[in-house]
Write a protein that binds this ligand. Structure first.
Ligand code: SF4
Length: 470
């Protein structure tokens, strides 16, 4: 289970809305990312065919997940690696810390991995006395800041250069200038040394190819390559849906992932690991372990409506177009996965509709996310279904229940409907100004403070109809 935020979603949102620096940084970055993505979509012929292809590959894989996981496991073992299944986060943490202890690991270097964020791995390794360092630049920044990612592709999207320079200066014990070359030079110097001395390298997994047992890692910094090439032991951690049948399928999804994420045709580095180093290999690890994490994914797989959320290729395109994410950033969601896909999968992964199901309300249901998604996941439908399920399960506030109960009562019969319309028309009079309700009533203020609320017409439609008929 994830740690629950102490503040309510509404309060987290209000707090985020007051953070002008964060909002500026997020807006600037998502505008750039979605602009680059639109350009990439225009440049690739038959964009919609590529989306359809991605959807079909992911749909087929997820519908036959048991078969492909077995094939992947067999092929990783054939290549000399070991495979472990972790039903929950605690199992995953125990397996990984156990492996690190088995190899006497003191220093661990990690490349970016959302699933290790999901299982809160760093805390467990540190509690076991190990020194863990994130090697992805953004993750390294967040590690220094003691924060969690706020975007699945650009984890430190909410930080500006000045803030990063302050963090680096504190770590360096001297001033690091807030310009890109100085910042990257500092990070490179620290991280290179960590790569050289790490006992274990831990990676995530963008896609695992079942037919060969290969783990694919895409980065723009080459850190995953160093994480897998230098330490003696490598542990890759993957969510169980990250499998893909063949290299041909990998080619298709790898064409879509960077284009949708950053607008690149391909990331700067694509690393493919096939078990431990073979006698003729010039580099690579001596021991390779793959940890496959379930953590609620089986629950999603068994749910016919929500199974399609497992088709996600984690490109972040839905974040970049979401009018809510663009305003509040990632931390207000309170979960490891923010944005529209995070609002869908968090309640499912956690198996908690009451608390995490609230995230489904962090959406305008405008469907921009669905239109952007390369795997054609109907995100706004799933968000709507979550709301329905939450209401059916009785997880609604007393006032909401009362209001909709009254609405149902009055709208059920023509006589009560007519009465309600008349009463609303008369009752609103003291609040109306130029055809709009503008009064700052506590219950209505959240709406009327930022939106127009039309007053009910003086004459009802039925009365007007009767009058005209005469
Ligand atoms: S839901 Fe779609 S758009 Fe969002 S991260 Fe996943 S694949 Fe990308």
């Amino acid at each position: 289970m994830s740690e629950r935020p102490t503040l309510h979603l509404r309060d987290r949102t209000v707090k985020a809305l007051k953070d002008d620096q964060m909002r500026q940084a997020v807006r600037k970055a998502v505008d750039r990312l979605s602009g680059n993505k639109d350009k990439a979509a225009r440049e690739l012929p038959n964009w919609e065919d590529w989306r359809e292809q991605t959807k079909l590959i992911r749909q087929h894989t997820v519908n036959h997940l048991d078969y492909y996981l077995k094939l992947l496991t067999d092929n990783v073992r054939k290549a000399g690696g070991k495979v472990y299944f972790a039903p929950g986060p605690e199992d995953a943490r125990q397996i990984i810390t156990g492996l690190c202890k088995q190899y006497g690991a003191k220093k661990i270097v990690k490349s970016k991995s959302m699933v290790t964020e999901e299982i809160h791995l760093n805390k467990a390794l540190e509690a076991a006395g190990m020194d863990v360092i994130e090697s992805d630049l953004a993750e390294y920044i967040l590690q220094l800041a003691g924060e969690t990612p706020s975007h699945i592709i650009v984890p430190a999207i909410h930080k500006n250069r000045q803030q990063i320079a302050e963090l680096f200066s504190k770590a360096a014990g001297e001033k690091v200038e807030p310009d890109t070359p100085a910042l990257t030079a500092f990070a490179r110097k620290v991280l290179r040394n960590k790569f050289m001395t790490a006992d274990v390298g831990i990676t995530g997994c963008n896609f695992a190819v079942a037919e060969t047992g290969s783990i694919t890692l895409v980065t723009n910094e080459g850190n995953a390559r160093l994480t897998t090439a230098l330490p003696r032991v490598v542990i890759s951690v993957m969510g169980m849906e990250r499998v893909i049948p063949t290299f041909e399928d990998l080619e298709a999804v790898l064409s879509m992932l960077p284009r949708n994420a950053t607008g690149q045709k391909l990331t700067s580095y694509v690393s493919v690991i096939n078990g431990p180093r073979k006698p003729d290999d010039i580099d690579g690890c001596e021991k390779f372990h793959l940890v496959i994490v379930d953590n609620g994914r089986s629950r999603m797989l068994a749910d016919e409506e929500f199974r399609q959320a497992l088709h996600c290729i984690r490109c972040g395109a839905c974040f970049n177009v979401c009018p809510v994410y663009r305003q509040i950033g990632g931390h207000a969601y309170g979960s490891v996965y923010g944005g529209p896909i995070g609002s869908v999968i968090t309640p499912m992964l956690e198996g908690d509709l009451e608390f995490w199901g609230e995230l489904s309300y962090a959406s305008t249901l405008c469907a921009a996310c669905t239109t952007a998604c390369p795997a054609k996941i109907p995100l706004q439908d799933l968000l709507f279904k979550l709301r329905q399920r939450r209401v059916s399960a009785g997880h609604t506030q007393a006032f909401e229940k009362f209001a909709f109960g009254m609405w149902k009562r009055f709208f059920k019969l023509p006589s009560t409907y007519k009465f309600a319309m008349k009463a609303a028309s008369l009752g609103q009079k003291p609040l109306v100004n130029n055809g709009y309700i503008t009064a700052k009533l506590p219950l209505l203020a959240n709406w009327t403070n930022s939106r127009y609320m039309r007053a009910a017409a003086d004459t009802t439609f039925r009365d007007e109809w009767k009058k005209r008929k005469k």
